[in-house]
Structures are given as C-alpha cells and as structure tokens.
Design a protein. Structure first.
Length: 365
C-alpha cells in the first residue's frame, strides 16, 4: 500500500515513551460499513471465512442493546452488502453480539453468534452465514459482553469467556460491586456449553472484557483485561494449560491501557491489538487506537514498539469495540463503531493497513 503523507508522527510527553502514529485523517483507508440517519449503530463483531475474502459484520441498532444487523463483504472489507435477512429473535438482542467460526469433531464447520445478559443466547449457521437459527439460551446463566473471546483447546473443543458484576450470572442476580471473569467449555464444536467457572478476579478493581492471545510457540495464552473502575491500568494474566487455570492478573503498561482489546498476529509475528484509549493524559484519549508489539512484550510488561490512532472519536469514551482480521496478502482489516462526525450518531467504519507501511511511516517521521 502507498505511504500517505497525512499520517503524522506524534511525539508526546506521556507515561509511556513509545512513538505514536496518527492515521485519523487518512480517508483513503476508511470504509463506511453502515450508517443510518439519527440511529445509533455500535459494537460490531467480525469473522473472516476460510476463503480469506468473505467477512461478516454484526452489530446492534443501539448502544449494546438493540436489533442485530448483519452485513457481508466478499472482497476483504472493501465493499459491503445491503443489510441481510436475520432471524426474528435477533431483534430481541439485549447486548453486544459476538461471532466465531467453529468446527465439530465430525468436521462440520459452523458460525456461532452470542448475545448476552440473562440468559446468554446463541444462534448457529451451518451454511457459511447464509441462514441462522433463532437465538436460544445456552444455559441458565448470563453475563456481560459474552462471549468476549473464544479459544480452541482441542479437536471440536472450545473455551469462551465473559464477565459479570452479579447482575446477570443468575436470573435473580444483583449488583455486587465485584467483577468476575468466567469461562465456559464446549466439547461438541460449540453446540452446547458447560456451566461457568471463575478464571480471573481481583477485589479492588473491575476486570472485564477479556481478549486472548496465544504465544507463537502455542504454549501460553495471555488474557488482556479492561479495568472498569479506572483506578489502575488494564491488566493481564496467563495460562499454560489451554485456559483451565490462570495466573493472578497484574497491571499492564499505560501503552496498552484501554477497553476491549482485540487483535491478530501479522505475517512477521508481531501483534496488532486494537482498543479504545483510556489513558487520560494521552492526546488520543477516548479514540480508537492500536498497539504494535510482541508476545514477549506482553510477558515482560514492555511498552511495545508503537501505537497508532486509527480514527478520531468525537464523543469521548464511546467507540472501539473492534473486530480485527488478517487478510491473505498481509493486510489487516479492523472495524468498529464511533462518533466519527461531530454531532452525528455513531456508525460502523472499517480500516485497512499493514505493519510494513506503518513501519515505513514511522521511519520517515
């Protein structure tokens, strides 16, 4: 991709020292996935199919709660379909959706979509997103931002993660002031799920919205956690047994502090992690940003290589529940919602970039 002169290098006096790039004015990168006059569109989730070009994007008409909208791209996120037909029950979604690809032990490939609060419900497609089942409860439990992330632990075996603050884990739940991160397991390719178990908790902070990353050698998972009380930085913990047990969460550097960490490995082995910037002293506070670094940086608590502002959000703190996909040519496609135009309702935007071009931009600034 061509290097664009609008991307400016920023040297900021912050509580972290790594450089930052600003791509907010690079309109050539930006794709409007969906926008509706006077309608809030938010919190998208994406999935890239095996052909490396087809991407589904699902999001609510509202702030978390609202009718779910489904759109499809067949060219790696460059252009998007009209809104696609969805089951009637998708109009009853209570919270942000999350979509994942799964494969059963019998080799059957499916897409599954979760909608949470109480109870957590799931919809299934067995024809690559062409048709979907109605949303149905996966158990007698609920939670917030379920399922925030999911890992494959064996053939046809998966573990999914969410959090709760006491209000939705049971039908008669109530606010406790304590946040717990839960995991549920499936041994039948995501069709049924176990009862939840607690995997992360600290009494003095509000840890939530887990985002998971596997080490390059496949031996260790890192779980990045939002800290919702805003007392401390975002946190991280690790598992060396495929998510069964986890270390005690500890703070991450300010350079990775934010909400809803999602990312991919680039072709060169570096991590690209997208999130909402919640560092108050940052020039990009409240904006859609990303971090570039390595798994070793996560392990050692390093600041990483550099950060990027992806888009300028004009309503602080209301943006960036991103989907992130790696395309076959090494391009990274990431999509989220935000208040991209002053005084207008938020809408869904996608951005294309590569780490190779970002490295070059960094070198010339």
């Amino acid at each position: 991709m061509l290097i664009h002169s609008c991307a400016a290098f920023l040297s900021l006096i912050l509580s972290f020292t790594i450089p930052q790039l600003d791509l907010a004015d690079d309109q050539f990168r930006q794709v409007t996935i969906d926008r509706e006059t006077n309608q809030y569109l938010g919190h998208p989730t994406t999935v890239l199919l095996e052909d490396g070009q087809t991407i589904f994007c699902v999001y609510p008409k509202g702030h978390g709660k609202g009718e779910l909208v489904l759109k499809k791209s067949e060219d790696g996120g460059k252009t998007w379909s009209d809104r696609l037909p969805t089951p009637a029950s998708w109009a009853t979604s209570k919270e942000t959706p999350h979509i994942f690809p799964v494969t059963g032990k019998d080799g059957v490939k499916r897409l599954i979509l979760f909608s949470s609060l109480y109870p957590i419900r799931m919809s299934v497609s067995e024809d690559s997103g062409g048709t979907w089942s109605q949303l149905s409860p996966i158990g007698e439990y609920g939670g917030i931002v379920g399922m925030a992330d999911m890992i494959e632990t064996g053939k046809g075996q998966y573990t999914a993660f969410f959090h709760d603050d006491g209000r939705f884990i049971a039908q008669d739940g109530a606010w406790t002031g304590l946040f717990h991160v839960y995991a549920v397991d499936s041994v039948d390719g995501g069709l049924t799920w176990s009862e939840p178990r607690i995997v992360a908790h600290l009494p003095d902070v509000h840890l939530c919205e887990p985002g998971l990353f596997l080490s390059p050698d496949g031996k260790k998972y890192a779980m990045l956690l939002r800290e919702n009380s805003r007392k401390k930085n975002s946190h991280i913990c690790f598992s060396e047994d495929k998510g069964k047990t986890w270390s005690t969460p500890i703070e991450m550097p300010r350079s990775l502090t934010g909400d809803r960490h999602q990312g991919v490995y680039a072709d060169d082995g570096r991590l690209f992690i997208s999130f909402r910037d919640t560092v108050e002293e940052s020039k990009f506070f409240g904006d859609w940003v990303a971090w570039v670094g390595t798994f070793e940086d996560l392990e050692k608590g390093n600041e990483g290589a550099y950060r990027i502002r992806l888009s300028d959000n004009h309503h602080r703190g209301d943006c960036a529940y991103p989907g992130v996909e790696l395309l076959p040519d090494g391009t990274i496609f990431t999509a989220t919602y935000g208040h991209w135009d002053i005084g207008e309702q938020p809408y869904i935007r996608g951005i294309h970039l590569s780490l190779e071009e970002l490295d070059k931009l960094l070198a010339i600034n």
